[in-house]
Each structure stands twice: as structure tokens, then as C-alpha cells.
Design a binder for this molecule. Structure first.
Ligand code: ADP
Length: 517
């Protein structure tokens, strides 16, 4: 049944999509060009060497827009991960002993190389992840910004001198790198989710084993190749991919790994958190959200529509800070619904390499089926589809940008992350009700509010149980501000000066016998 549907999708796709995608030959030439580029790698990186799986097994990386195989990468597991951990462990003493300025220079050079290969990296992201090229290029700049920022922060890891309680003592606080870090990252930002972890880790003097998503490993490998070209020594940055549970388990249980940093689903995050108990290692988690986007009667309609559109439809709705519930006050509801739907209708869907396209495919069939099941659930409970609501005629995993009204709190669309291009509209009367609806979830990552009332801005921002709040703005992530959630959206913060703390241990040193001459 599923195979037949896929076959049908492919036929539909080839007939209907010519307007929205570049020719197959152009796609092939982009892929071929990338394979010949100096950044392309399709092996794992362990101890500075490009290595296949020890048993020779591979897995395919597909272009979600066409289904074509881009490359085969090693299907690694426990043994390769243990070797990567050993390499990182062996590299730690010398990397952590470099001066901050030396590490900073390596990172800066890595940043420069990423930026000088922006076009190829952007193409690689579009090829394996599907997002429009313009958005992919934006991700390269955003991803690189973490390396640049943490290259600078490397030089600002200050300790403290504490006034002593006894006159013959001096008390110091040193900040030291935690050690080997395991970084597990998702497919929705194939570059930025890696640099946001690796940047501060390396800046602090840690060494890292990265496990990128098996769906998008090529960008990670290209970034690692550039790290080698930047002079980051062998073993400081390692990349393994393949059997996720085995690799995760090796990282979590190894006593040599002192910290796990994970971005991904709440379910896997909870497993990892339970797993690190065995070796009492530190963990930071950046998990799913259920972002409310609250539009008050006093909002500027154009600003609210533009902001909600950006917050909802970026990366086809596949980010953990995407607006998941658009909660609109009754006085502006009808006007907002009409203007928002009009804007959504204009979003061009298609292959990420086609000029003008702003909505790519979803990452895979499972993602589309999830969206379909949420839509089905909402219809069965009385919601109305006013735009979209089905697979796109392009086939494959393209889905129509969708607006659903009459959504209630008991529907899946309001309770869980849809992770697709679906905007559910909910209605509210009072500010208190909006806050109650917004906080009625286990998640607490991003929230958005649209209002022109200064007092309300403060009141609501303070009342929202979220790690990030955008006011009259739908795109708020930046390397200089702390990113992270409360409740079950995670632990710890990434980016900004606070992002360094995740990779540092405090050491208290007490110097006694000071009065001896
Ligand atoms: P998503 O649904 O966004 O893919 P996942 O949590 O499944 O979120 O994936 C995020 C990252 O976690 C990916 O690199 C994936 O391979 C990895 N992963 C999935 N399952 C496990 C696991 N059991 N242990 C460790 N990592 C895992």
C-alpha cells in the first residue's frame, strides 16, 4: 500500500513538478559538482582519519525532494564510537593546554573557511535536507556565527578570586573544560546544530565526538573537513554516524565522555538523560517545543501576519521553535485569519533549488504521515481546514501549506509538535486566558507575542513559561543570545556567553599558609 502510494507519488511528481524544480540534469550536476569539491566527504572521521564502518556496511543519504541517492556513508556502531571516544580522550590533554588565543585562532580560521565555502555548504544542506537554497545559505551564516562568536569567547573564560574568611588563605575559582563531549544532533539544521555545540566545546578546550543525523550527515562531514583544513588537530573533532541507539549508548555509558549535548526529540532526550545517570555525566538537552504565537487585538496586523508566517513556516515548519499554536484574540481573529491565509497561500512550494521557492519537502514519509494523522485528528474533533490540508500535488514528501481554524486544546495539533507546514488557529478572549492556553503544555521552548502595548509586553513575557520570547518578531535565534527551554523542552542553554558554561567545570582552589614568610 505504502509502496504503491510512493510509486504514484513519484509519477505525479515527475509529471506535475517541472515548473517547481530544476531539471533532473541540473540537480545531478549540483550533486556531481559537490562530490568533486574539496569539502565533500562520505566517510566518518576518527582521530583525523576518514574511515568507513569496520564491517563495511553503509547507509544511503537521499535527497528528500527527489528521492535520489546522494551518497553512501558508513553505518557505524559501538566499536567505531569507542575508537572515536578514545581519539577525543587522547587529544584532550594537548588541546586543553593550548592557550585560549591559540584555540581561538583555529576556530576563527574554521569560521573563515566555512564562510568561504558558503555556497557549497548551502547546496549540500538543500540537497540532503530539502530547505530552500536561500534558507540553507542563511543557515550557513547562522551556523558559522557560532564558531566566530565562540572563537571570541574562548579568550574570556575568567575565573574568580573570592575574599577569604581567614587571613592566611586565598580562594580562587578556576574554570576548566569538562573533557570529552558527545554531541548528538538532528537533521533540521544540519550545520547550525553542530556548530552551536562544537563551537563552545572547542573554545573551552573540550574535544568532541559528533553524531549527526543519519538523514543529513554530509554537511557535518564537510564542516569537519573544513575543521581539519583550519588546523584543528586530529582527534579534537570526530564524527561517527550509523546505528543511532548503539552510538548513543556508547557515548552515554563511556566513563571517558564527561558531557552529552543533545538536540532532538523529547523521547530520545529522556532516554539519554536516564542513560547518563550510570556514569554521572553532565547533559544538556534541547528538545521539542509547542510554541504559542499569541496575537492580541492591539497588535499591528501586518507585523503579526509577517511574524507568525516566519515563525510558523520557516524550514516548512520543521524547527523546534516553530509556532505550533497561533492563538488569536477574538477582536482581531477574523481579520488576522483572512490576512494570514492569504499570505500562506502565496508561499511557493517546490524543490529547494528553484528560484522563488520558500517551502521545501518534509524530511521523510514518516513526517508527512505524522502531519496527516494530526490533521485527521483535528477534523474528527471539529476543526476546519481553510487552506491546504493535504499532500501537495508535487508528490514525494511535499505538503500543502495549511491553515486550520476552530482548533481546541484537546486536539493533537494543540498538544504536540506537528513539525510541518500546518498553522492551527485558536481563539481567546482575555489576556489571562491566552497565558493559560499558552502555558498549558509540558513544553517550554519558544513563545511569540504580538501586541503594541508596552505594559502587556512585559506582563505576558514574564508570565510565559518559556525559555525564549519573541515580541513582534518571529525569527529570534541569534548566536549572541541564550537558546534553550524550560519544563520538558530541555536543560541548559546554547549560544551566548551562557553557552560556554555548559562545557566548563568550576574548580575551587584554597591556598593556605599565606602568612608564612
Ligand atoms: P527527530 O525526530 O528530530 O529525528 P531524534 O531524537 O530521533 O529526533 O533524532 C535526533 C538525533 O538523535 C539524531 O542524530 C538521531 O540519529 C539521534 N538518535 C535517535 N535515537 C537515538 C538513541 N536511541 N540514542 C542516541 N541518539 C539517538
Amino acid at each position: 500500500m505504502r509502496v504503491a502510494r510512493l510509486a504514484l507519488c513519484k509519477i505525479l511528481f515527475s509529471h506535475l513538478s517541472r515548473m517547481h524544480r530544476p531539471s533532473a540534469s541540473r540537480q545531478m550536476s549540483i550533486a556531481a559538482g559537490l562530490k568533486n569539491s574539496s569539502i565533500f566527504q562520505s566517510q566518518g572521521l576518527i582521530g583525523g582519519k576518514w574511515i568507513g564502518a569496520y564491517n563495511g556496511k553503509t547507509l544511503q543519504v537521499n535527497n528528500p525532494s527527489t528521492g535520489e541517492v546522494i551518497a553512501d556513508v558508513p553505518l557505524m556502531g559501538r566499536r567505531e564510537t569507542n575508537d572515536a571516544i578514545s581519539s577525543a580522550y587522547d587529544a584532550f590533554p594537548s588541546w586543553s593546554k593550548l592557550t585560549a588565543a591559540e584555540r581561538s585562532r583555529c576556530l576563527r580560521k574554521w569560521y573563515d573557511l566555512i564562510m568561504s565555502h558558503k555556497e557549497e555548504l548551502g547546496q549540500l544542506i538543500t540537497l540532503e535536507q530539502g530547505k530552500p537554497l536561500k534558507e540553507a545559505l542563511g543557515e550557513v551564516s547562522y551556523g558559522a556565527s557560532f564558531i566566530e562568536f565562540f572563537a571570541e569567547e574562548a579568550k574570556r573564560v575568567y575565573g574568580d578570586i573570592i575574599p577569604a574568611t581567614l587571613d592566611d588563605r586565598r580562594l580562587f575559582v578556576l574554570k576548566q573544560p569538562v573533557g570529552v563531549v558527545g554531541a548528538i544532533t538532528p537533521w533540521n539544521f544540519p550545520l547550525a546544530m553542530i556548530t552551536r555545540k562544537v563551537g563552545p566545546a572547542l573554545a573551552c578546550g573540550c574535544t568532541v565526538v559528533v553524531k549527526p543525523s543519519e538523514l543529513t550527515p554530509l554537511t557535518a562531514l564537510a564542516a569537519a573537513e573544513l575543521a581539519l583544513q583550519a588546523g584543528i588537530p586530529p582527534g579534537v573533532l570526530n564524527v561517527v554516524m550509523g546505528n543511532a541507539p548503539d552510538i548513543g549508548d556508547a557515548l552515554v555509558t563511556s566513563p571517558q565522555v564527561r558531557k552529552i549535548s543533545f538536540t532532538g526529540s523529547t523521547a530520545v532526550g529522556k532516554k539519554l538523560m536516564a542513560g547518563v545517570a550510570g556514569t554521572v555525566k553532565r547533559i544538556s538537552l534541547e528538545l521539542g517545543g509547542n510554541a504559542p504565537c499569541i496575537v492580541f487585538d492591539d497588535a499591528d496586523l501586518d507585523v503579526a501576519v509577517k511574524g507568525a508566517l516566519a515563525a510558523k513556516f520557516r524550514n516548512s515548519g520543521q524547527t523546534c521553535v516553530c509556532a505550533n499554536r497561533v492563538i488569536v484574540q477574538e477582536g482581531i481573529y477574523e481579520k488576522f485569519a483572512a490576512a494570514f491565509s492569504k499570505a500562506v497561500q502565496n508561499l511557493q512550494v517546490g524543490d529547494g533549488f528553484t528560484e522563488g521557492v520558500v517551502q521545501g519537502p518534509l524530511i521523510n514519509e514518516a513526517a508527512v504521515q505524522k502531519v496527516e494523522s494530526f490533521i485527521q485528528d483535528s477534523i474528527s474533533k471539529g476543526a476546519k481546514i481553510i487552506l491546504g490540508g493535504k499532500r501537495h500535488s508535487l508528490g514525494m514528501t511535499f505538503y500543502e501549506p495549511t491553515v486550520v481554524t476552530d482548533v481546541r486544546s484537546d486536539m493533537l495539533l494543540a498538544r504536540e509538535e506537528v513539525f510541518g507546514p500546518v498553522a492551527p488557529l485558536m481563539r481567546f478572549k482575555t489576556e489571562e486566558e491566552a497565558i493559560r492556553i499558552a502555558n498549558d503544555t509540558n513544553a517550554g521552548l519558544a513563545a511569540y507575542i504580538f501586541t503594541n502595548n508596552v505594559q502587556r509586553t512585559w506582563r505576558v513575557s514574564e508570565a510565559l513559561e518559556y525559555g525564549l520570547v519573541g515580541v513582534n518578531e518571529g525569527l529570534i535565534s541569534t548566536e549572541v543570545a541564550p537558546f534553550g527551554g524550560v519544563k520538558q523542552s530541555g536543560l541548559g542553554r546554547e549560544g551566548s556567553k551562557y553557552g560556554m558554561d555548559e562545557y566548563l567545570e568550576l574548580k575551587y582552589v584554597c591556598l593556605g599558609d599565606m602568612n608564612r614568610k
